[in-house]
Design a protein around this ligand. Sequence first.
Ligand SMILES: [Fe+2]
Length: 312
Amino acid sequence: MGGQHEPQPHQGAAAISAQAGEFSWRLSAHGPSRLAAAAQAAVNGLHALVVELRPSGDEFRQAIDFLTEVGHYADARRQEWVLLADVLGVSSLIEDQNSPRPAGATPNTLAGPFYRADVPETEAGGNISRDLRGEPLEVTGRIVALDGTGVGDATVEVWHANAEGLYENQEPDRQPEFNLRGRLRTDAQGHFRFQTVKPKGYALPSDGPVGQLMSALGLGLERPAHIHFKVSAPGFETLTTHIFDRSDPAIGQDAIFGVKPELMADFRASPLSGGRRRHTLDLKLVMCPNRPREGGRAGRARMPRPHGGPVR
Ligand SMILES: [Fe+2]
């Protein structure tokens, strides 16, 4: 240290801690970068937390042990770090920031880990339940633009858990391949229709450190029953979303913060017939036209932003 870059007392005065101020000063010797902005924001946030909570040495070690355990649980098949980000609402917030939609358009949400892109096409009205286990559900829907006109020839990909809350790729030995997955096309007016079975909600994995944390906090890991959709059409931003069963008891406590008022729908039950209840669901999904992004580029912004504002 020395010469032209001596620390100035006022630089640390506005910082959350002397160490955060000095960290900022050290970074400033290297010019701005996205990484430096992220490191500074992380230091500011962590120091604010330490100043607020004043953790003991034991508590600090417990926090380190927790993070170490999260790392031990993360591997190619299970991502405990993503699970942690999900239950803290971080994944959902990032999705909201990266996929803003104008008023009136259906909100975008996380695709989740169970999506498959290789699903064969489903004929209009076809049944995507390949084992017919569960209560029958008929889904009808329409894809529309912001002005309400139908979007013809849109591709509607759909996937959901079975009546026990499990996806086909979670139990490949028990469910037929592509069970409860479909790929439909809308007609000229934007309509689509398929048969399936009513999905059940499910819980996120509870056997790892994230599950233990949520249990200690008294918070649940449940996700209310839902159907995932990914809708794509030329001229429109691809819409990835879920539609949730409004009557599910967990509707107000989705563990990954995916539920929004526009995404709740009524799965209507008809009286029992032949020992089985039937359900219907009617939907309208509103797509947003392609828009120029900040800086005139499509896709996610990658350049540093001056004050750490949201990336849109
Ligand atoms: Fe899901």
